[in-house]
Design a protein around this ligand. Structure first.
Ligand code: BV8
Length: 249
C-alpha cells in the first residue's frame, strides 16, 4: 500500500475554511497522557500494577473470585478521578483544541478509563477499555453512569429482579469496545498519533501496524520510546504536556 502524502496538521497556521483539504487525524492515548494530571500509569515504576497483580484485579475471573477486591481497586481510582486536584492537562487541552479547529477530522481513541479528554473539551472520543465513572449490568450488559462507590449490594435498575453490576471496564481476555469503528477509522486515517502508551496491550498496540499498512503518517509522542517505537515514522519524546501542544501548534 503506498503511503499517503504527509499532511500539515497545525490548523493555527492555515485557513481551515475548505474542509476537504484537512486530513483525518486519529489519536491513540494511553495512561501516560494522564500521568501529569496525577493519575497513575500502569507500568511505570510506581504504577498501578505494582500494587496489584493484573490477575488479581483486571480479569473476569478475578471479579468472580473476589469482587470486593476488584470493587476496591476501581473505587480507589474512581475516588481519585473525582477529586478536585485531578484536572485535564495541557496535552488533553491541545487535543480538544485540535478537534475544535478541525471538527469531523479528529478522533481520540483512548485506552484510558478516565474522563479527562471529555473534561478538556474533546467530543469525538472512543473509550476502548471502558470508563471508570460508569457501571455495567452483569446480566444485560447495559451501561450507566454511576459515580458512587461500588459495593456488593450495588444492583442494576434494568432487570427484574435487579442483578449485580460490575465496573464498566474491559478486562484482560475481554473484547475491547468499538473495535469495528476503531479499525475503520485507523484504515481511513491520514495521520495516526500515539500518545502516552507503552505499546504493551493488544489490540491497541497493533493499531499502528494497521495505520502503516493503509499508508498513514504515524507519529509517537511519549516520555520514552515505547515497545512499538520502531513502527512509527516520526517520534518526539518528552512530557506529554510539553510535546503534544508543541507538536500540534
Ligand atoms: C483481547 C483495564 C481478545 C482498564 C486494561 C496479542 C499478543 C499478546 C497478548 C495479547 C494479544 N491479543 C490479546 C492479548 C492479551 C491481552 C494483552 O494485550 N496482554 C498484554 C499485557 C500482553 N489483551 C487483552 O486481553 C485485550 N482483549 O484482546 O481480547 C478477544 C477476542 C475475541 C473475543 C474476546 C476477547 C483486552 C485489553 C484491555 C485490558 N484492560 N485495563 C483499567 O483497569 O484501567 S489494559 C491497561 O493497559 C489499561 O487500559 C492501559 O491503558 C493499557 C495500556 O497501558 P498504557 O496505557 O500503555 O500504560 P502503561 O503504564 O503501560 O504505559 C504508560 C506510557 O506512558 C509509558 O510508555 C510511559 O513512558 C509513558 N508516560 C508516562 N508518563 C508520561 C508518559 N508519556 C508522556 N508524558 C508523561 N508525563
Amino acid at each position: 500500500m503506498s503511503r499517503k502524502p504527509t499532511p500539515q496538521i497545525s490548523p493555527s497556521h492555515t485557513d481551515t475554511s475548505s474542509d476537504s483539504q484537512w486530513p483525518n487525524i486519529v489519536i491513540l492515548t494511553g495512561a501516560g497522557i494522564s500521568a501529569e494530571s496525577g493519575l497513575k500509569t500502569f507500568r511505570d515504576n510506581d504504577g498501578l500494577w505494582e500494587e496489584h497483580a493484573v490477575e488479581e484485579v483486571a480479569t473476569p475471573e478475578a471479579f468472580t473470585r473476589n469482587p470486593e477486591l476488584v470493587y476496591r481497586f476501581y473505587n480507589q481510582r474512581r475516588e481519585q478521578l473525582q477529586s478536585d486536584d485531578v484536572q485535564p492537562n495541557a496535552a488533553h487541552i491541545a487535543l480538544a483544541q485540535l478537534e475544535a479547529a478541525l471538527p469531523e477530522h479528529v478522533l481520540v481513541i483512548t485506552q484510558n478509563v478516565d474522563d479527562l479528554h471529555e473534561r478538556a473539551g474533546s467530543k469525538n472520543v472512543l473509550h476502548m477499555h471502558g470508563e471508570l465513572l460508569s457501571a455495567r449490568c452483569n446480566h444485560s450488559h447495559r451501561r450507566f453512569i454511576m459515580k458512587s462507590p461500588f459495593d456488593c449490594t450495588s444492583r442494576c435498575q434494568c432487570c427484574s429482579p435487579s442483578q449485580t453490576i460490575r465496573p464498566d471496564i474491559v478486562w484482560f481476555g475481554e473484547m475491547p469496545f468499538h473495535m469495528d469503528e476503531i479499525e475503520r477509522a485507523v484504515q481511513e486515517a491520514d495521520v495516526f498519533i500515539s500518545i502516552g502508551t507503552s505499546g504493551n496491550v493488544y489490540p491497541a498496540a497493533g493499531l499502528v501496524q494497521i495505520a502503516n499498512h493503509y499508508g498513514a503518517h504515524t507519529v509517537e509522542l511519549n516520555l520514552v520510546p515505547s515497545d512499538g517505537n520502531n513502527d512509527f515514522l516520526e517520534a518526539h519524546y518528552g512530557l506529554a504536556s510539553d510535546v503534544v501542544p508543541s507538536y500540534l501548534t
